[in-house]
Structures are given as C-alpha cells and as structure tokens.
Design a protein around this ligand. Structure first.
Ligand code: MF3
Ligand code: CO
Length: 292
C-alpha cells in the first residue's frame, strides 16, 4: 500500500476483464480498505505553501526541459538542463538515488519516456529525440523538506495526428481528474474521471502504476489509481495532497519492465502518454501546486 507509482496488486477492475467472481469480491474488500484514511498526512496551510514553493521549482524545471525538446537533442542533455534549473531553484532531486523494488538506485534527476515508454525512462547521451516523437518528462524535488512532483508529455516538432490526439486526451484526463479534487468527493471519482474519458476515446489506462499522496515524502498514502468505481474509495478532505498521474496508452493497458529495472514500456509497443500534477484539496477547491 505504500510505495506509489507502484505495481498494484489488489485493486479492483471495473472493466469486467478480471473475469472471476471471487476476484470481484476481493476487489470490493480492497476498496473498503482503501476508504480508511490510514497513514494519510493532512497538511496545514503553511505546509501547502512549502509544497507550492517546491512546485514552482518543478514547473521551472519542466519549462526549461520542454523548451529544449527539439529534434536532435539527447535525453541525457535534457537531464543536464533539468539539473541546472534544479540547482538554480536551490532544491534537491527526489529521483536521483531513489530506490524502488529490487531496481538499482535511479541514476538521473529526470525521467524521459519516449514513444512506447510509459514512465521511468532513463535519460541517455545515446538517445536523440527525432521529429515526430513524443517524450514524457517527469520531475520531482524537495525544497525546505517538502516535495512536489509533475510530468508532461511533449511533442517533438510536428507529430502525427494520432500522437497529438493522444496527448490532448491525456491532458484532458488530468484536467477532469483535478476537477474532482474537492472535499467530500472520493478517490474513485478521480480515477473514474480519467478512465471514462480515456476509454471513450478508444485508449486504455495503465493499471499497474498509480499516482500517490505526497508531502514530506514523494510517496505517501493513498494510492491514486487512474480508474475506479465512481462514488467509492477514500473520501477526500481539505489538507490532503495527491499526485495525479494518468498514463494513457493508444493500445492495450499492459506494460512490461525492461532489464534496466526502471523503464516501463507498453506490451504492444503502442504509444503512451503521461502527465502529472501535485494537487492540494482545499475548502476552496483544487489547488494545483505544480501549475504556472
Ligand atoms: N513521478 C514518478 C513517481 O511518482 C517518478 C518516480 S521514479 C524515480 O513515482 F525513480 F525516478 F523516482
Ligand atoms: Co508521481
């Protein structure tokens, strides 16, 4: 239940593909458990302000990286651009050295996920962006003890119509999910907002990785799936802060982990897009801490 953007084991399926009856009732049990606000740290206004400061650095880093996503640049160079902007913001990378599962510590400050790479692509000086690629860039940092996390998927030059439609829908999924972030709504509403739009457009959402609570640590409870039965799951309350991160595939939802222990690709080699914001639930509605 704890390490987020993680492989999920016991969550329900609403699309009827997880065939069995028994699996369904286990799933209902899992959702009941997820309703309990176990381990969730409520943030006060001062803490949310600190997360906003971290969020400003995240935004500045992603802006710098985005404007450099031109044909010919390497993802290794994008990582150096991110590191430079991070230093300017006097913040610390949340990714460099991060450990998850049995993988080696994450070796960069940025994740760069090109085309069929869903998330956690490792920047490399041997990988150049080409016109028509789409590249997910994901970045998180700590500033004054608090974390913020965000991602964008960027078109490199002119991309195909199907690629640009996938980007537009993935961003719209995040926008819709953010609108659900008001006290009294449930996590299932957030996930259903992503899932319903993506599937209506003929895409699928990745189920093996999810968003997460965030605060003093990059990954806190709760898990924030990009699917879910509306009206179910944890009830949101003011002071909760979550990182919502839809991963939308042009093909099927299944993913594979490459031998480097990090890179996640679509099983059918279809295009995938990923966007993320850190969002505070407040009495006045959602506050996007990684926005402009
Ligand atoms: N935004 C991602 C997450 O929430 C990326 C983390 S992978 C890392 O988990 F290793 F780079 F940290
Ligand atoms: Co995240």
């Amino acid at each position: 239940m704890m390490s987020m953007l993680r492989l999920v084991d016991s969550v329900p399926s609403t699309n009827g593909r997880r065939e069995e009856h028994q699996a369904q009732s286990l799933a209902v049990g899992a959702w009941l458990l997820e309703c309990l606000p176990m381990g969730i740290v409520i943030k006060n206004d001062r803490e949310i302000e600190k997360m906003r400061e971290a969020g400003r650095v995240v935004r500045a880093v992603l802006d710098a990286v985005e404007s450099s996503c031109v044909p010919g640049i390497t993802t290794g160079e994008l990582n150096r651009i991110a590191a430079r902007e991070l230093a300017r913001g006097k913040a610390r990378s949340a990714f460099l050295g991060y450990r998850q599962g049995g993988a080696p510590p994450y070796p960069a400050v940025l994740c760069t996920s090109v085309n069929r790479v869903v998330v956690h692509g490792i920047p490399s000086d041997r990988e150049s962006l080409r016109e028509g690629d789409i590249v997910g860039v994901d970045f998180a940092c700590y500033k004054d003890g608090y974390c913020a996390d965000a991602a964008r998927t960027i078109a490199v030059g002119i991309v195909s119509a199907p690629a640009s439609a996938l980007l537009a829908t993935t961003r719209e999924c995040l926008d819709r999910a953010i609108l659900e972030c008001v006290p009294g709504h449930r996590l299932g509403d957030v996930g259903a907002a992503v899932e319903s739009l993506a599937e209506r457009r003929g895409y699928s959402v990745v189920r093996d990785f999810v968003g997460h609570g965030i605060g003093r640590a990059m990954h806190e409870p709760p898990s924030v799936p990009n699917y879910g039965p509306r009206g179910r799951g944890l009830r949101l309350q003011a002071g909760m802060v979550i990182a919502i991160e839809p991963m939308v595939n042009a093909g099927g939802p299944d993913v594979r982990l490459l031998a480097d222990g990090w890179t996640v690709v679509t099983a059918d080699a279809s295009l995938s897009a990923h966007v993320e914001h850190t969002v505070a639930i407040t009495a006045d509605g959602p506050r996007v801490l990684t926005a402009a």
